[in-house]
Ligand binder design. Sequence first.
Ligand SMILES: [Zn+2]
Length: 441
Amino acid sequence: MVDYTEHFLEDGDVIEMNLMGTAKVKKYLAGGGQGQVYLVDYNGRDMALKWYGPGGMGVNPQKFYDNIEHNVEKGAPSGEFLWPKDISKWRNGTFGYVMELIPPEYKEVSEYMLKKATFSSFLPAVGACLRIANAFRILHDKGYSYQDINMGNFAIDPKRGRVLICDCDNVAPVDTVTGVIGTPRFMAPEVVTGKTMPNSLTDRFSMAVLFFMLLFRTHPLEGKRYLSARGMTAELEMLSYGTDPLFVMDPDDSSNGPDRNLTPNIYCFWDPIPGYVREIFLQAFSQKGLKMPNARPSENAWMQALARFRSDIVQCSCGNDIFLKDIKNCICDGCGKKIPIPYVLSLDSYPIPGVPGRVIYRCQFGTGNPETAIEPIATVLSNTEDPTQVGIINREEKIWNVITPSNKVVKIQKEGVVPMKAGLQIDTSAGTIRMEDNTAS
Ligand SMILES: [Zn+2]
């Protein structure tokens, strides 16, 4: 990695592009290890241009160029990827590519870790993890691996949990060696020890680390054993992330357990999170998951846990997020108030609280096509004029059949509302939602 002191391009430079026209440099934006990013006018649109410095193109610059050119042709796997849109022609032994600009409301994961950015609640944080899992499911299904998941490569909108996955220039078809091995603390143990190069199973490890950090603001392998060491040595690094990794919450070995002062969030949130979320982290960071890449939870398994987790987060009027344990008796652990949940929505596999803020995704009815898995089927909202009136909105193109307790069928169009009423059954394109009374003991 080199940090460049000079700007490679001047304002006003006109770069010839491969697919279409030119990119005219407007302003230098940022620098990094591989190159620099500029604001450009790409055929009349403001976009970002990443321009490589000497040594920024790996050991084989032509191969690096060909891979990006191929990715431009194939197009983005999903809307989350800030994908190369066009590549420049070679210029003085180097080149660049254009991509969309990151909107200013999006913040890097590293900013969340440093508390320079905060999520408005757990809902967008979990929603962001869900989108990331889905994006990687699609990417891996298409035969690519990302190879360098780390805190700097994800920009997330703190209110809505929308995600942009940056630095897609290292994305390559599985079994292509790009020369990239990843970023310390995020590389899978078998990459750290040099046994393998990054692939889709090492991506799964790095993704689980990212999720753990987003939800607990601490690293899953940095417990007492790591924190009590005086200064980081190469040996300790190899031990902690490579040869002998140990999860901070390992149920059988507490020698790398959490530290109450240095990693307080894990104390606050590990026990309250739903059991099925603890389970998937335990699977990802068990000795088996750490040492046997095939034993790691799949992207789809993550999506199932995360979509359900998002449904199980209820917000109290005091501002606290509650992770639902008992749907009959939801008590805020912040202010002690009981949160009313008058209706439950029963999906085929589990019930969720029928309170505002719920989004029911297609994947909550079972594994489906990854392209539509996180499409919202329905959302629960309260009436803006009378917040006690709560209803379910049809978010899909399909007209719903709503069956009343007396077996009448009512048709509900897209954006139409079904008011909460016990005994109603909604037939969506993905499955059935049943509204049930939750007040009877
Ligand atoms: Zn409260």
